[in-house]
Design a protein around this ligand. Structure first.
Ligand SMILES: Cc1cc2nc3c(=O)[nH]c(=O)nc-3n(C[C@H](O)[C@H](O)[C@H](O)COP(=O)(O)O)c2cc1C
Length: 327
């Protein structure tokens, strides 16, 4: 039984575990968010999944009907993923539905949105991939900063600093709580990140291989079989580096980049519609999918609750076993 690790993050967000179930484009729907929040994480709904603020409102209401546990809404600051002139409307919709935790992700901290977060009484978490961006978020008033290191599935930024160095660097640079991740797939990873000074962890890739994750079983099985070497970095040529699973679609994108393809050719090749079809139909070479190096540590497909309970018990065991200093 988990003894319950309490941290500033569990206190601030009101979740059982110091775990953020990272937002995943085209995957983090209300049903999955509710499952992860009911299992003890603070899960993050991807507002980029919704074409309008009204659709987002419907999704929030659906999530609220499925869980009374805390969850957050992600506002994506990458121009390719969300219409940036509509961000305020998405924030308004989020606040109007009573969601009190907002996560932003992207290089550029959202200066213009900060007054809305404040007036709406929201806890603002800014997610980024570098000390300089973390400092900027904190200076603008972020309540929590999330940092992800180079191992991370999805956007890795440009600095290529691993979680092991990124985490304590950001913890040292800020005086607000830090959530860290990139490569966390088991309780050892949670214990390690807490030892580095984080108050919480974020996980994404590991959650793909769970019973409730709304993707095809073929892809879950492929993640079970994958090694830590089976990811690659794509879209660096358009300053949008993403760590993705190294399948045929990834190879095609890398070839196009090597040929100097334009932004829109690449966006088209990396299109989320193909990923959606892959998630639905199970042709695992069809689309590109974000995937971190922690995929190499995945060995089974448990329910989200089984996974999170197990990770926390393991984290506690690791922490207590570390009492290894000779008297
Ligand atoms: C399939 C997938 C899709 C993701 N989509 C997004 C996204 O749309 N926006 C975002 O900020 N992060 C996204 N992420 C990143 C996660 O929220 C989280 O930060 C990351 O997965 C943590 O690293 P890990 O995968 O090594 O656990 C995605 C990750 C994965 C695996």
């Amino acid at each position: 039984m988990s003894q319950m690790i309490k941290t500033e993050v569990t206190e601030m967000l009101g979740c059982k575990y110091p775990i953020i179930a990272g937002t995943m484009a085209r995957i983090s729907n209300p049903e999955f968010i509710a499952v992860a929040s009911n299992a003890g994480a603070c899960a993050v709904l991807a507002s980029a999944n919704y074409g309008s603020p009204d659709e987002l409102r419907d999704a929030i209401q659906k999530t609220q009907s499925l869980t009374n546990q805390p969850f957050a809404v992600n506002i994506n600051l990458f121009p390719a993923l969300m219409p940036q002139d509509k961000l305020e409307d998405y924030v308004d919709a989020t606040l109007a539905e009573g969601v009190k935790i907002i996560e932003t992700s992207g290089h550029k901290a959202p200066e213009d949105l900060v007054p809305k977060f404040r007036d709406g009484g929201a806890i603002w978490i800014h997610k980024c991939a570098g000390v300089r961006y973390a400092k900027k978020g904190a200076s603008l008033g972020a309540d929590i900063v999330t940092v992800v290191g180079y191992e991370n599935g999805g956007a890795t930024g440009v600095l290529d600093i691993g979680t092991m160095v990124m985490t304590p660097s950001v913890v040292d640079a800020l005086d607000i709580p830090v959530i860290a991740g990139g490569g966390i797939s088991d309780g050892r990873g949670i214990a390690a990140v807490l030892a580095l000074g984080a108050e919480g962890v974020i996980i994404g890739t590991r959650l793909m291989a769970t019973k409730e994750c709304p993707i095809h079983d073929n892809l879950k099985q492929a993640f079970v079989e994958a090694a830590e070497t089976d990811t690659c970095l794509a879209l660096r040529s358009i300053q949008n580096t993403h760590r993705i699973w190294n399948n045929k679609a990834a190879q095609q994108v890398l070839e196009l980049e090597a040929q100097g393809a334009s932004l829109w050719t690449l966006v088209d090749a990396a299109s989320g519609e193909k990923a959606e079809e892959m998630y639905r139909e199970g042709d695992i070479d069809l689309g590109i999918v974000a995937c971190g190096q922690g995929v190499g540590l995945i060995n089974d497909i448990p329910s989200v609750k089984e996974l999170l309970d197990r990770m926390m018990v393991e984290a506690e065991e690791v922490i207590s076993k570390l009492n290894i200093i000779a008297n």
